[in-house]
Ligand binder design. Structure first.
Ligand code: NI
Length: 228
């Protein structure tokens, strides 16, 4: 399931992000520093140094926005979120077809995180660059994603995906992974659909007894399928 989360960041936050990321002192490094065996051959972009003060500060703003976003919580059922990272593509840079590594070490902790979901938060307006679409292969074919600045896409980390070459301007984005309380994408999708239906029943003042029953089903399925 691909989930589009609009306006995770507001325009003030975006302006601050862009001003920081375009500053002369921004610590951009070759993106291959964090690529695995598969990625290193197909990855051609730049990343903000992972442990830099700038990456940590901007990353914390993203994490705070995620924590209070009901659509993100409902769709991802997050257990752990990998510290957000930042990348940019220009002058033909691209990222060829790959699947993200399944297990990553959380920096500085020795703890592991299982990557159930991948997330890309677009930071540059789509008309400011050509190319740079994220292509995700899912059950229904290849989905093409190029979103407004501030919008987030969530997709299964198990899917093959790539980023088209950027032929004009600069694509800047934030990316990270989520270990979900529900590992299986199909189970997570069912819970998301059920949650949406319950929210709609509440908003339209639907039958109260049905809503209570369905909410019970939601929690009992979550209890059955989650690991925390
Ligand atoms: Ni990837």
């Amino acid at each position: 399931m691909l989930v589009h989360i609009p306006a995770l960041l507001n325009s003030d936050q975006l302006a601050h992000f862009r001003q920081q990321l375009q500053a002369d002192h921004a610590p951009w490094v070759d993106g291959r520093v964090t690529a695995g065996h598969q990625g290193v051959h197909v990855k051609q972009n730049q990343q903000l140094a992972e442990n830099s003060g700038m990456a940590i500060e901007l990353g914390q703003t993203v994490l705070a926005a995620l924590e209070r976003h009901p659509l993100f919580i409902s769709a991802a059922l997050p257990n752990r979120v990998y510290p957000p990272m930042f990348n940019r593509y220009q002058g033909g840079m691209h990222f060829g077809s790959h699947v993200d590594g399944s297990i990553r070490l959380l920096p500085g902790t020795g703890q592991k995180i299982r990557t159930d979901l991948s997330a890309t938060l677009f930071l540059a307006p789509p008309d400011s660059y050509d190319g740079g679409e994220l292509l995700v292969e899912d059950t229904y074919g290849t989905q093409t994603v190029k979103l407004a600045a501030g919008d987030l896409i969530l997709y299964p980390a198990s899917s093959l995906h790539r980023v088209n070459p950027v032929t004009r301007g600069m694509r800047m984005a934030c990316f990270f992974w989520v270990q979900s309380m529900v590992r299986d994408d199909g189970q997570r999708t069912l819970l998301f659909d059920l949650d949406n239906a319950i929210q709609r029943l509440t908003a339209t003042q639907g039958d109260e007894a049905s809503r209570v029953k369905l909410t019970g089903c939601y929690h009992n399925l979550l209890r059955m399928w989650s690991d925390v």
